[in-house]
Design a protein around this ligand. Structure first.
Ligand code: NDP
Length: 324
């Protein structure tokens, strides 16, 4: 039998954490032959709720679940961990500016980066879900100088999956028939869902849909999907966010079979996006690593949007520069 891998979830008693833990324990993320140890981290007021989550996990008698650790100490929660899913974050309070939110979350993600640096596996793969995810990932990365900076990523896979769903509905094809979807930039309203390189059943997507629909319907629908779900459900998306987090780590660990997926990763100058931000690019994953898809032609429409979302990330970076 394989050696168990350790998976840390922060904010594990929250909505997304609750959806994530059970799917990871059942083998959806790391494979149906891979035992796991769940290390669930929460803040002190949520420890009772977390105990309930752990009790339910025990009651599922998952064959792959070897142990459960519950803690409010990041040094314990990240000990020897192989995968860290940073979900817990401070929600935006009434009247709170984005800049204040960034600073408040810096107080969470800075110490978590340090705890990862001091206690996690040297190969730990980190996925930040808690918002503002890209900049939270940057703060964690900056506080973990001994770890590979490339292993700090943020989630745009839900945006990617939402874009697949919209294009599938419009073209009347199943989403598995779509290749080449891209989300560029920040996981925020400035994200740029790009279908210029997409094919549906082997046909170029831009030839299947009209530009008006793409610009005025598709792009805002993907960007605003989170708000539409809150309106319909009375609560923010949780199961779909957890599912996307599982897709992100599964593909990174087990490979994407040549398929492009979107991951927010440290920019390396690709497509003119200078270093210093965690920016969503199209990537392929193989052998536990990811690679940014290179050589795509970028037209003026795309360039404008890619720059806009980059500028927002640079402003966010500026707002937390003392934490980096
Ligand atoms: P959720 O589980 O619904 O959301 C958690 C985070 O994920 C939020 O920052 C949320 O951002 C973000 N998120 C990113 N993408 C999405 C998406 N597509 N849909 C919805 N959310 C998304 O929050 P809860 O309040 O239910 O739970 C948070 C938990 O975290 C609480 O139990 C709290 O105690 C805990 N916590 C733990 C910390 C720790 O472990 N140190 C620190 C802080 C909190 P947004 O707010 O923008 O929706």
């Amino acid at each position: 039998m394989k050696k168990p891998l350790r998976v840390t979830i922060t904010g594990a008693a929250g909505q997304i954490g609750y959806a994530l833990a059970f799917r990871i324990a059942s083998g959806d993320m790391l494979g149906k032959d891979q035992p796991v140890i769940l290390q669930l981290l929460e803040i002190p007021p949520a420890m009772d709720a977390l105990k309930g989550v752990a009790m339910e996990l025990e009651d599922c008698a998952f064959p792959l679940l070897h142990d459960i650790v519950t803690t409010d100490d990041a040094n314990v929660g990240f000990k020897d961990t192989d995968f860290a899913l940073l979900v817990g974050a401070k929600p935006r309070g009434p009247g709170m500016e984005r800049k204040d939110l960034l600073k408040e979350n810096g107080k969470i993600f800075g110490p978590q980066g340090k705890a990862l640096n001091d206690h996690a596996s040297r190969d730990v793969k980190v996925l930040v879900v808690g918002n503002p995810a890209n900049t939270n990932a940057l703060i964690a990365q900056a506080n973990a100088p001994d770890l590979d900076p490339r292993n700090f990523t943020a989630m745009t896979r839900l945006d990617h999956n939402r874009a697949l769903a919209q294009l599938a509905e419009k073209t009347g094809k199943h989403h598995t028939r779509i290749d080449g979807m891209i989300i560029w930039g920040n996981h925020s309203a400035t994200q740029y869902p790009d279908i210029a390189h997409c094919s549906v059943d082997g046909k170029a997507a831009p030839e299947l849909v009209d530009q008006g629909w793409y610009r005025d319907d598709f792009i805002p629908t993907v960007q605003q999907r989170g708000a539409a779900i809150i309106k319909a459900r009375g609560a923010s998306s949780a199961a779909s966010a957890a599912s996307a987090a599982i897709d992100h780590i599964r593909d990174w660990h087990l490979g994407s079979d040549g398929k492009w997926v979107s991951m927010a990763v440290p920019s390396d100058g690709s497509y003119g996006i200078k270093e210093g931000v965690i920016y969503s690019f199209p990537v392929t994953c193989k052998n536990g690593d990811y690679e940014i898809v290179q050589g795509l032609e970028i037209d003026a429409f795309s360039r404008e949007r890619m720059t806009l979302t980059e500028e927002e990330l640079r402003e966010e970076r500026e707002g937390v520069k003392e934490l980096l």
